[in-house]
Design a protein around this ligand. Structure first.
Ligand code: ASP
Ligand code: MG
Length: 373
């Protein structure tokens, strides 16, 4: 098998038009292919498509027209014959499945959703051909094997290692990049499953894990992970670095743009060694596998609503005692329903008074992230 050295994942938020696909293909060529990298490119469905496919699977079949028009339009915009043909074939299959009573390849919703990633992969391959490259495609439904346990779907690393290597070795060696769908996989009995919203991140790190690829790039609309939801705070700060423990906590506590299982391959397989989350042109957040690669201190603040209460989780290596200490000295302390040190890395604050929550969050953020008095 050819020596692949990077996994690059492109988020659906970047993909809304033919121009977007061409732009992404050009950037990836310039940054990675022209520098001698062999990459696997993981693609998500076009922006908004997974939401629509879910609605369709729930019976809102009128959305199908829009899915058809958008994908055909983008295929024309890319000006690649093969992409047009593949997309139109996939759309026919999708339509047949939407109107059939019995779907045999897996649960209805998963089968229908899988078309979003399959069409996006075909479009991405078309975009690379349109700029003069020779991409190869691997089907995630053949290469990525999932398992179900306790109502949860996860990637079976052992089986995936074998089937993915198999699929890649069938490709002609000169093809590059190798494109595969994120988010979708098959169970051993062949039924189609999805990996949970935002699951392409997990596909990307799992591929890196099973193929021993040390670096993963997640290309998104934003430049990396922010210290807090920008809708809640005035001055969100880009997080420069997280170690594996901090990143895992961030994913678990619902920090945006991190699928909860993204860090699982790092833990289970000690690979990938770095995950870089960034925009197409520039800066981002680097997640490193070793635990000593960041300094102590608060990195992130996640806010979640729970039965009308707001749970604020402050995350950062060995930061919780100090964070508690600095909050204790402010009036926020008396407004909180509870403050709890959950571990050396996590402080949790609960507010039941919710009308002024964004103001409270902003003040905590200013204090703990920017060190305001
Ligand atoms: N398209 C899927 C979703 O929107 C997977 C992904 O974007 O990673 O959840
Ligand atoms: Mg998506």
């Amino acid at each position: 098998m050819i020596n692949i050295d990077k996994v690059v994942k492109v988020g659906g938020s970047l993909l809304s038009s033919g121009k977007d696909y061409i732009n992404v293909a050009e950037r990836i060529r310039n940054e990675f292919l022209e520098n001698g990298s062999n990459i696997i490119l993981v693609v998500s469905a076009l922006k908004g498509v997974t939401d629509k496919l879910i609605k369709i699977s729930e019976g809102k079949t009128e959305e199908l027209k829009d899915i058809e028009e958008t994908h055909m339009r983008i295929a024309y915009e890319i000006e690649d014959r093969e992409a047009e043909e593949t997309v139109s074939k996939l759309l026919k299959e999708l339509r047949a499945k939407v109107y059939s009573e019995h779907i045999t390849q897996g649960k209805r919703s998963h089968v229908i959703q899988s078309y979003g990633e399959m069409m996006s992969s075909a479009l991405m391959a078309g975009a690379f051909r349109a700029i003069g490259e020779k991409p190869g495609t691997v089907s995630a439904l053949r290469g990525i094997v999932a398992k179900e346990a306790g109502g949860e779907t996860s990637i079976d690393y052992e089986r995936t290692s074998e089937s993915l290597r198999n699929e890649i070795s069938r490709l002609e060696r000169s093809l590059s990049p190798i494109i595969i769908e994120g988010y979708i996989a098959s169970l051993p009995d062949g039924s189609v499953v999805t990996l949970g919203r935002g699951g392409s991140d997990y596909t990307a790190t799992a591929i890196a894990g099973v193929l021993f690829i040390e670096e993963v790039y997640m290309i998104t609309e934003t430049s990396g992970i922010l210290s807090c939801d920008p809708k809640l705070v005035k001055r969100p700060k880009r997080v420069e670095r997280l170690d594996a423990v901090e990143a895992k906590l961030a994913a678990l506590y619902g920090v945006k743009r991190l699928h909860p299982r993204t860090l699982e391959p790092v833990e289970a397989l000690s690979i990938p060694k770095t995950i870089i989350i960034r925009s197409i042109t520039g800066d981002g957040t680097k997640i490193c596998a070793e635990n000593g690669c960041t300094s102590d201190g608060v990195k992130l603040i996640s806010v979640r609503e729970h039965h009308g209460e707001h749970e604020i989780t402050v995350i950062g290596k060995n930061s919780s005692h100090e964070a508690l200490f600095s909050i204790e000295k402010t009036e926020m302390f008396s407004l909180a329903k509870s403050l709890e040190i959950k571990s050396p890395h996590i402080l949790q604050i609960v507010f039941s008074e919710t009308s002024s929550i964004s103001e409270l969050v902003d003040r905590i953020h200013e204090k703990l992230i920017w060190g305001a008095q």
